[in-house]
Design a protein around this ligand. Sequence first.
Ligand code: HEM
Length: 449
Amino acid sequence: MSSRAVLPPGPAAPPLVQTARWVRDPVTFFERCRNRYGRRFTVRFLFGPPIVSLSDPAEVKAIFGAPPDVLEPGFGGKILEPVLGSRSVLVLDGDDHLRQRRLMLPAFHGERMATLTGVLEEVTERAVAEWPRDRPIELHPRLQALTLEVILRAVFGLEPGPRLDALRTVFTAYLEEASKPHNMPTGLQRDLGRLSPWGRFLRVREQALGLVSAEIARRRTADQGDHGDVLAMLLGATEEDGTPMRDLDIRDELVTLLVAGHETTASQLAWTCERLVRTPDVLARAQAAVDAGDDAYLTATIQEALRCRPVLMFAQPRFVARPITVGDVAYPAGSCALTANVHLVHHDPDIYPDPYAFRPERFLEQAPGTFTWLPFGGGRRRCLGQAFAMLEMRVVLAALLRTTDLARDPAAAPGDEAHLRRHITVSPAEGARLVLQSRRTTRPAAAAA
Ligand code: HEM
């Protein structure tokens, strides 16, 4: 790596201090950098190369459109390799990445997603009906359980029963171990036996991978038919020359989908509810829209929550593998990684007037822009699960608004919930604490999705 390259200015504090500041309060960290250095600055974290944060839409466009051999996002995902596996689409770069992504894309096509609506609604209705009413609760852990159930059913096509129970138990433990701060992969952890934190993580991982492999083998040997699930699609996927996907590749992609699709969606829904109970006029309008079967306002509400509180505050950093000029800055090969700073683009008053206001109407007036609305990243690394996540969030939010009145916890401190960083995502620090009041006039299910 060339350490002498002249990169855009940024904080001078040592990487340890910058990492600690980002971990403690990512919003303040990024906003202070923007206030001091503008839309382009360099941050240095403990592991990996310097990261240049860009938030001018023209520069964002340049990152997302750069050829894969110039910017290599897989570098950013490498840190997740111990959790996702070396064949994960999030970890791979170049041709390998494109090949895997092409094989997976059909499973996430909008039309394909629509066939999952039934499962989504069934799982959601049951869960929402069980959540306590009329007393303060933390919604986030309940949403995590719900989104895990949804993704397990959608990915594996399993009906409730012992196999689904086993996967749920093991993956709950796996995701919990993986999200512990000391298990954030650094390359320095060692397996010191089952009593050591990393040792425990590796053993749960072995169990989780074993169950996924067993499920793949079972589906390969018995003709289970196509239940519209992702596994069926991947088992049937072939490369241009007819070669099917290897079991190991399928295994790593399934684990990737479980990890990438569960916490993100749960946290985003938690933020949406956190915003709604703090903006009663929007809440009232969203509930009326659900009652009337008006999907447009519900969708705009979710888009606005994704703008105000993106759970991934920046897109995967793309490593500069070959020289590139973005804006008027030339970045030499190996000098840094470039990232689109989602939070800062979304809170730029030149792009979004009154950016801190929660106002879904802005997306009724104008559809989200490709380089100004970035919760799902962009380019050839854009989130594969976007259609799935949007569908799931609509179904869950519609079910909540149809059957309950969301209200603030009367004992909660005034103000917004702070940002709690959990690994690479941010979620509401109080767990989206609120009250689900029984709705006295429950309307029949409208066309929610
Ligand atoms: C609200 C929910 C979600 C958000 C905010 C979100 C956000 C993101 C972001 C920002 C990226 C990186 C894009 C980039 O760097 O350009 C990403 C990648 C990805 N997401 Fe999501 N995601 C969500 C839900 C899901 C779901 C439900 C799935 C799967 C079912 C999923 C699967 C993936 C995969 C496989 C990638 C890697 C794509 C690649 O590298 O080619 N995500 N997501």
